[in-house]
Write a protein that binds this ligand. Structure first.
Ligand code: FAD
Ligand code: 2HG
Ligand code: ZN
Length: 506
């Protein structure tokens, strides 16, 4: 099964998942969000199940033990699907969707189920279409670095394959052990190295998808440049399973750097975080590969909440802010010298209070845990109110302070961290259990606050179910109308991932 996320921390995940938030205890989405109405889709019949068994064989049509597919990684939403289909090929996805379209059966496409906005699980009884068995690497062009693979390839495994050939995936996320390339493309995932390698709208060269009626849309290409007509792949990138099921992806992969170095910095104020960010851009320039920031509350959470064999010991405890800065380049002596100098000068200028420099792979991995495992550590508190916003850097941390004041002791923690190099703040609050009053004090005022500052209410996680009603804070009415028209054209019966991305029409 899935839900491993970070392979080193099964124990902690087991602890999270056997606590108050185990599958069975997660409230049904239809109860938690009572305003949602099941669409006018058909009910699944035994004839449908028989049909799917004929198509896929009995082993790949699941009707029992579906909790892991119905519940999200955060244990925050739970659907009531009675059927999971596990196709192995594009032709099988096509046959499944053709039947679903003819029968008006709703479908929820699912990759690694690591999505954070309630998009990857059914809301009612949608059929789960899992891409997990479509996990073959098809080709790697070692001249250009163009990789072609099936949608179910897991990010970490794909990156390991590329490493053997001197290349790397152009994206990296904490969920790499479980998330799949089809899910990454469908959410337009950002992650830890977007600052260096850019987003998926840039690195995806081509894709194949199956449309709602079962037709295969072939937009596969491994060329960097192709200006022939409308570039339809961009409609699928970030469409969160609502416009088609991505079955294959061609992606441009950079050369793996010869040397990677990393520093963890302790910083005394957010103003100094910004000054250090600017200083890093000037001093490290072309070798900068990641620049992340974390506040004290997020680090306390990692230090205190992860227990047992996967405990993380903080090397610089007790500081108000932290930054992780990674460099990747081709000459180790050059890069190490640059980074050491940056650290030395940063301390001389009193931008940086303290720092740890890591130059070997295991030290680097262990420092990354302080950043990558925050999401997992937060879940241990109970319920997690998770926000992922873009903001201009001058206003970046203000909302964390404001939220703390607004929510007081009605919450366990409020922390801010994220991809500062991309202007992307991860704002998180936790409480022991889901609390509708806390939610009502956060939404929609947080979205209004973000819009007033010209930010986006979803920087990288998407809208899914949880944020779809607030799309108007980030997109104009005209843009939403055009999105609806596209949805209607590409999925006339609305069977693909209903209740996600676009608000219900009144
Ligand atoms: P799923 O969660 O299964 O699905 C996500 C959405 O895509 C759903 O709407 C689903 O219907 C749709 N979908 C999935 N596969 C397909 C397909 N083949 N065709 C059509 N639609 C499909 N996200 C970031 O952007 N940056 C981060 O740094 C980041 N870090 C994370 C760290 C952790 C610990 C966790 C748990 C999540 C993180 N995420 C991050 C969120 C999540 O991992 C990403 O959104 C990821 O891209 C989802 O991939 P998945 O395969 O798990 O997709
Ligand atoms: C990350 O960058 C992910 O770690 C998750 O996008 C963010 O937990 C979050 O809020
Ligand atoms: Zn992120």
């Amino acid at each position: 099964m899935q839900h491993t996320v970070l392979k080193s921390c099964r124990q902690c995940l087991a602890r999270i998942h056997t606590s108050a938030t185990s599958f069975g205890n997660v409230e049904l989405t239809s109860k938690r969000y009572p305003h949602l109405r099941r669409g006018r889709f058909s009910q699944l019949t035994s004839d449908d199940v028989t049909h799917f068994r004929q198509l896929l064989g009995p082993d790949r049509v699941l009707t029992e033990d579906l909790d892991g597919y119905n519940t999200d990684w955060m244990r925050s939403v739970r659907g009531a699907s009675q059927l999971v289909l596990r196709p192995r090929s594009t032709a099988e996805v096509s046959a499944v969707l053709r039947h679903c379209s003819e029968r008006r059966l709703a479908v929820c496409p699912q990759g690694g189920n690591t999505g954070l906005v309630g998009g990857s699980t059914p809301v009612f009884d949608e059929i789960v279409l899992s891409t997990s068995l479509m996990n073959k690497i098809i080709a790697l062009d070692t001249n250009s670095g163009a990789l072609t693979c099936e949608a179910g390839c897991v990010l970490e495994a794909t990156d390991a394959y590329l490493a053997d050939h001197g290349f790397m995936m152009p994206l990296d996320l904490g969920a790499k052990g479980s998330c799949q390339i089809g899910g990454n493309v469908s959410t337009n995932a950002g992650g830890l190295r977007l600052v260096r390698y850019g987003g998926l709208h840039g690195s995806v060269l081509g894709l194949e998808a199956v449309m709602a009626d079962g037709q295969v849309l072939d937009c596969m290409s491994t060329m960097k440049k192709d200006n022939t007509g409308y570039d339809l792949k961009h409609l699928l990138i970030g469409s969160e399973g609502t416009l088609g099921v991505v079955t294959k992806v061609a992606i441009s992969c950079p050369r793996r750097p010869n040397c990677v170095n990393l520093v963890l910095l302790a910083v005394k104020s957010f103003e100094d975080v910004l000054a250090t960010y600017r200083f890093a851009q000037t001093q490290l320039g072309e070798i900068l590969s990641s620049i992340e920031f974390m506040d004290a509350a997020s680090q306390e959470c990692v230090s205190n909440n992860l227990q047992g064999g996967c405990r993380v010991t903080h090397p610089l405890p007790g500081h108000p802010f932290y930054m992780v800065i990674e460099t990747a380049g081709s000459r180790d002596t050059h890069d190490e010298e640059k980074l050491s100098l940056f650290l030395e000068e940063g301390m001389q200028r009193e931008l940086v209070i303290d720092g740890v420099l890591a130059t070997d792979t295991s030290q680097i991995k262990s420092l990354w845990q302080l950043r990558e495992r925050i999401a997992e550590a937060l879940l241990v508190d109970g319920y997690n109110y998770k926000y992922d916003i873009s903001l201009p850097l001058h206003a970046f941390y203000d909302i964390v302070t404001e939220m703390r004041q607004t929510l007081g002791d009605s919450i366990v923690t409020c922390c801010g961290y994220g991809h500062i190099g991309d202007g992307n703040l991860h704002l998180n609050m936790t409480s022991r259990e889901f609390d509708g009053d806390v939610l009502a004090r956060i939404e929609p005022s947080l979205y209004r606050w973000t819009a007033e500052r010209g930010g986006s209410i979803s920087a990288e996680h998407g809208l899914g179910l949880k944020k779809r009603d607030y799309i108007g804070y980030s997109k104009s009415p005209g843009a939403v109308v055009l999105m609806r028209q596209l949805k209607r054209m590409m999925d006339p019966h609305g069977i693909l991932n209903p209740h996600k991305v676009l608000p219900e029409e009144s």
